[in-house]
Design a protein. Structure first.
Length: 420
């Protein structure tokens, strides 16, 4: 009964601003009006980009590198597309039209040094660093927009965040070498954001970056590590980095307020979830999901968290990994204010190898040290003191998410919880 009441109480808020779903006029769980802008889309898929090859004999005819045809935003018939990866009937409307929850297309940034007081230190941000270009995308913004199309370190990327799954994933927004952008489809698959690419209007799942219905069904995007991190830790780790400016998104939203108040509650069930929850754990158990070489493991957050910091040396499949956890990040999905949730900490996952040497890590003084040399490492996997100073661990993409979502996309996953 508690779960059902919670879902009913949150229903309007979730329809207003959930992953790819919302209403044009609605109220959130707190009774405040939510206004979601409608952004019209084309009635047919846009012409696919093409390339021309320059040669000594002169310009060559353009060669289409992406297929042309109907849009999966409007056509559901499997006869029109390659075989879908999921049953189209399981991709359900969430409320608004495509881009009714508008992605940010031209992000504007502030230097970290100019924004130290702009955000609470415990506030969650999506942290992305590519070739020295470090950027933070505040969850107070992502929760209302879900996608930012950006270029970081010279790489075209789409940063995505699904509030219903509490998951952040970044993908290269290139398909078969063609650059495109992504929008919100207004639909959900297993309570998770369904994106669409604007080159062919194929539908893609947020969690694994796979094209599931449409002209490009079967394609898969390349992901980049972009963990959730406390703003204070991002600012300390990347003092020369930049942060997305909430005042320059081009949209009017109540940034800083959580329209999903009470959603991060392990006793409640996910919204519009049409699958079967793996019974090994509660639907909304917080997990750290790691997939390496086709092997997947979910580590219960309670297993990797502890004290001011904790290092968990583990194995996924046959690959050694280390999970760094540091206290100080507030869950964005619990209280009315983004920064007011309980402390769930920040997580990063790495290959514990430097110069061919496997390292074992422990937490010490709020940071991390390797047992081999005593070098001190930060949450970004960089050695800041000791023999390895300046070295960087290879970061592995992971997901801070709920059990129902991870188990849906990784049905063969191992689950590791604390011993009773």
């Amino acid at each position: 009964m508690t779960s059902k009441l919670a879902i009913l109480g949150l229903g309007v808020a979730l329809i207003a601003s959930a992953c790819g779903n919302g209403a044009t006029d609605a109220e959130d769980a707190s009774g405040s009006e939510v206004v979601v802008e409608d952004t019209p889309t084309s009635t047919t898929a846009p012409a696919a980009p093409s390339t021309t090859e320059a040669a000594d004999e002169g310009p060559q005819p353009a060669v289409s590198v992406l297929p042309e045809g109907p849009s999966a935003l409007r056509v559901n018939s499997a006869d029109e597309f390659p075989p879908p990866l999921v049953d189209p009937e399981l991709i359900v409307p969430g409320g608004p039209p495509p881009d009714g929850i508008p992605p940010i297309e031209d992000p504007v940034f502030l230097d970290v040094v100019d924004a130290l007081e702009r955000f609470d230190a415990a506030e969650a941000v999506v942290a992305l660093e590519v070739d020295g270009d470090a950027r933070a995308y505040p969850v107070q913004v992502m929760i209302w927009h879900e996608i930012v199309n950006d270029t970081v370190g010279g790489i075209p990327v789409s940063i995505t965040y699904c509030p219903l799954c509490n998951s952040a994933v970044t993908y290269r927004r290139e398909i078969r070498g063609v650059e495109t952008t992504f929008g919100t489809s207004g639909r959900l698959f297993s309570s998770a954001l369904v994106m669409y690419d604007r080159a062919t209007e194929t539908l893609w799942t947020h969690f694994d970056g796979k094209a599931v219905v449409g002209l490009l069904a079967g394609e898969e995007l390349e992901s980049l590590p972009s963990p959730l991190m406390a703003w204070g830790d991002f600012a300390a780790t990347y003092p020369t980095g930049r942060v997305l400016d909430p005042d320059a998104t081009g949209h009017s939203r109540d940034y800083g307020r959580n329209p999903y108040a009470g959603y991060d509650d392990e006793t409640t069930e996910p919204f519009l979830f049409r699958g079967v929850v793996d019974p090994r754990a509660a639907s909304k158990l917080r997990v750290v999901g790691v997939a390496v070489d086709d092997q997947a493991t979910a580590f219960a957050l309670d297993l990797v968290a502890g004290g001011d910091a904790n290092a968990t040396n583990a194995v996924v499949g046959e690959t050694d990994i280390v999970i760094f956890w540091k206290a100080g990040q507030a869950t964005a999905l619990e209280s009315r204010e983004i920064e007011g949730g309980r402390d769930v900490g920040s997580v990063a996952v790495f290959l514990p190898v430097v110069d061919g040497e496997n390292l074992v890590f422990a937490a010490e003084g709020g940071g991390f040290v390797d047992e081999q040399t005593g070098s001190v490492w930060n949450l970004a996997g960089e050695a800041v003191e000791g023999q390895f100073a300046g070295a960087r661990l290879q970061q592995i993409p992971h997901l801070d998410t709920f059990w129902f979502a991870w188990a849906t996309y990784q049905p063969g996953t191992e689950l590791i919880e604390p011993a009773e």
